[in-house]
Design a protein around this ligand. Sequence first.
Ligand SMILES: [Zn+2]
Length: 125
Amino acid sequence: MKKFVTAINCMDGRVQEPVINYMKKKYNIDYIDMITEPGPDKILAEGENKFKIESIKERVDISVIKHGSKLIAMVSHDDCAGNPVDKETHITQTKESIKTISTWNHNVKIIGLWIDENWDVYELE
Ligand SMILES: [Zn+2]
């Protein structure tokens, strides 16, 4: 059985490979279902754009239910055009996003990832 995980990531081309490489190395998985939006931490933390949130949730559902993902990574990054805020705000919004995702009642682990200006990936506590 091939192992899938899920990432809610920015659409930014610079942060795709760092997330894939980190998750493959750290969690020993085969594939990562990449759900992308510009600045998804803003979307999920603010909770205002119900249409976009539902769209993200639908894709998470497919990854978890059809692919059997047991892990969701919520990603934010430096120099985000879709959500141009400072690092501290990104971290706060990432944690808020994790709370939102946890209300979707999937029996999965949810982690937060921060990607810095060197495109290094850090897992949040
Ligand atoms: Zn971005």
